[in-house]
Design a protein around this ligand. Structure first.
Ligand SMILES: *Cc1c(COP(=O)(O)O)cnc(C)c1O
Length: 453
């Protein structure tokens, strides 16, 4: 381990600092906090010159190198970025100053592929010469499980078991997990998502499974955040080549995506404002307004369903970057510097009616095709610009492909968006999965039988 290699500390301040490899494999810190780099690295002038001319995988390598120094050799990292990012990242100009960046061309057509694909590469590299298998257990209500399955497919020395509630996932989501085979074991649990989650939790706590190396690849892993810095850097250097400040608008739920933009800003990318658009799970916009944080329990069901989060776990990281402290229960133990925070971030909540109107108006005015998550971000940007006139260039993030919402788009616009090849491909493939009752003993047996030596 080189002297320069990065250290990571927990937001709960009680766990010892760790290396990148440790933070990746642990996920959550032992004090139940979330890992953040102790010091955020910065870009140099030479970096900016290289970033401006780089392809997406090249930009990814320049950005990620700042964090992986001492963990992955640069040549390995270059190859990992090439393998992870073998799909398009369209940056479309909508009018003179507004762009949309589509992060929907990965294997599961959502931005979660960007982190998933890189995590697959990083875990694979860390486990390259391991003598045993690492087993990733994950419970899903649809999107996360399919992204994890696609990301870790065929990664050596890694096995993935995905538990899903068959009644709650769409046909397409199920097929993205069940048509892979090899190291991916999809398990239909006769129950709800909560049952799947409970089974996974119980397995992690089960001492009799100690002989099998189990881990989770959940949304709070630091490995999710670093790849999500890359596309903000990529967009900024392209839409503002003179290093002028840009405005970025992000549809947000668990606040992992916006954390990428915030870290990009701290690394020296000129960002004028980060606009955070939530749906009516608007606990964060309310906090900005009132200084009082109140979780929304249970979370509200909205059209932008991947953002139905009443208490975003990454918000603890956001507060930490402004000197605050939120513990694992969601209690703020130390207030952040609100003035500093509001000078960089701006938040708004968008309801379903306004989301639908935005899908229609974006299409009518600009021939811009949006799905519910991206529409939330697009309206958030509009609201910000209405209140804060600015001559800066702005980019809004589209986080999913419109073809994932065929009924809604058909209702609003009168046509069905064409599925991208990644989604269409799974339709013809053969499915293979096991079915199991929501019973821990059955699950334990299955783990032992599948992964025990
Ligand atoms: C997960 C997800 C989001 C929310 O991202 P966070 O990082 O949780 O804020 C937005 N849109 C889509 C399509 C998603 O899948």
């Amino acid at each position: 381990m080189g002297m320069d290699s990065m250290r990571f500390a927990s937001t709960n301040r009680l766990a010892p600092e760790v290396t990148l490899a440790e933070a990746l494999l642990q996920g959550q810190a032992p004090d139940r906090g979330l890992y953040l780099p102790v010091t955020v690295p910065s870009f140099t002038r030479e970096d900016f010159a290289a970033l401006r001319n780089g392809s997406y995988p090249e930009v990814a390598s320049i950005v990620l190198r700042k964090f992986t120094l001492g963990t992955f050799p640069d040549d390995d990292l270059d190859a990992m970025c090439q393998r992870a990012y073998d799909f398009d990242v369209p940056l479309e100009q909508v009018d003179t100053r507004r762009y949309i960046m589509r992060l929907d061309r990965g294997p599961t057509a959502s931005f979660k592929d960007f982190a998933g694909r890189m995590m697959g590469q990083m875990f694979g590299k860390l486990r390259e010469n391991a003598s045993n298998r690492l087993v990733i257990l994950t419970a899903t209500s649809g999107d996360t499980g399919s992204a994890v399955a696609q990301a870790f497919y065929r990664i050596p020395n890694i096995e993935v078991a995905v538990l899903f509630p068959p009644a709650e996932v769409s046909d397409r989501q199920r097929k993205q997990m069940t048509t892979l085979g090899e190291n991916i074991t999809p398990i239909a649990v006769e129950g709800k998502f909560d049952d799947c989650q409970a089974l996974v939790k119980q397995a992690f706590a089960d001492d009799t499974l100690r002989g099998i190396q189990l881990t989770s690849a959940n949304s709070i892993n630091i490995g999710r955040l670093m790849p999500q810095i890359v596309y903000y850097v990529y967009a900024a250097v392209r839409i503002a080549p003179e290093n002028d400040p840009v405005i970025i608008s992000i549809p947000s739920g668990n606040f992992g995506n916006m954390m990428g933009a915030l870290l990009a800003m701290r690394m020296g990318v000129p960002i004028e404002k980060i606009v955070i658009a939530t749906n009516t799970n608007d606990e964060v916009p309310k906090f900005f307004e009132t200084g009082v944080y109140q979780k929304i329990v249970p979370s509200r069901h909205c059209l932008s369903n991947a953002m139905n989060v009443g208490h975003p776990s990454n918000f603890a990281r956001v507060l930490a970057l402004y000197g605050g402290w939120m513990d694992e229960t969601g209690t703020i133990r130390q207030m952040p510097d609100m003035t500093h925070m509001k000078s960089e971030l701006w938040a708004t909540g968008v309801n379903d009616d306004d989301t639908r109107l935005t899908i229609q108006s974006a299409w009518q005015k600009n021939r811009l095709l949006l799905e519910p998550h991206g529409a939330t971000g697009w309206l958030g940007l509009q609201r910000y610009l209405d209140e804060n006139p600015s001559s800066s260039t702005a980019v809004c993030i589209e986080t999913a492909h419109p073809a994932k919402f065929p009924e809604e788009i058909e209702k609003l616009l009168g046509f069905t968006p064409e599925a991208p090849p990644s989604l269409a491909k799974v339709e013809q493939k053969k499915e293979n999965y096991r079915t199991m009752p929501a019973d821990y003993n059955a699950f334990r047996e299955l783990i032992l039988e599948t992964y025990g030596s």
